[in-house]
Design a protein. Sequence first.
Length: 157
Amino acid sequence: MTAKTIVPDIPDRFWKIPYDTAHDRDSPTLMGIETGANCQNFAYELLRHFGRHVPGLRSSNLWDDTEYTIVADNYEPLDLLLFNRTRNAWGAHVAVYVGDDRAIHLCRRVGFAAVWSLAEFTAHAEYRVLIGAKRSLSTNLDRCQGPQSSSPQSSSP
């Protein structure tokens, strides 16, 4: 059974964002990526558009995170996929699963967003290992503050 793909629901503005090799990968600011972004900020902004939130975590911190994300064994649209040359999450490439065994990513090779099959990722040395998937536990309404927050999320209204 094939899940519905979210590709038709991705706004035009995401297809026009250029890959920016000079983008500050440590920047917590995920707004204003229209002039350029890296794969992580692109992925987080796309999730935010669809009502999900992940703080601006680097790929290794994203993989280790258990507060805002969980490991997802069965991929669903909007899961974050991490690819690298090895099983090491440090410096991994981040893509967003869109369904139908495909993912969108801000692609350095293309210069803009591209949708590739999972097999196509693994055909390239820099993406040959699919480390795994992470699923956001937070929505934009949760107002997730990220790891910088000194107080834990409250369960009270």
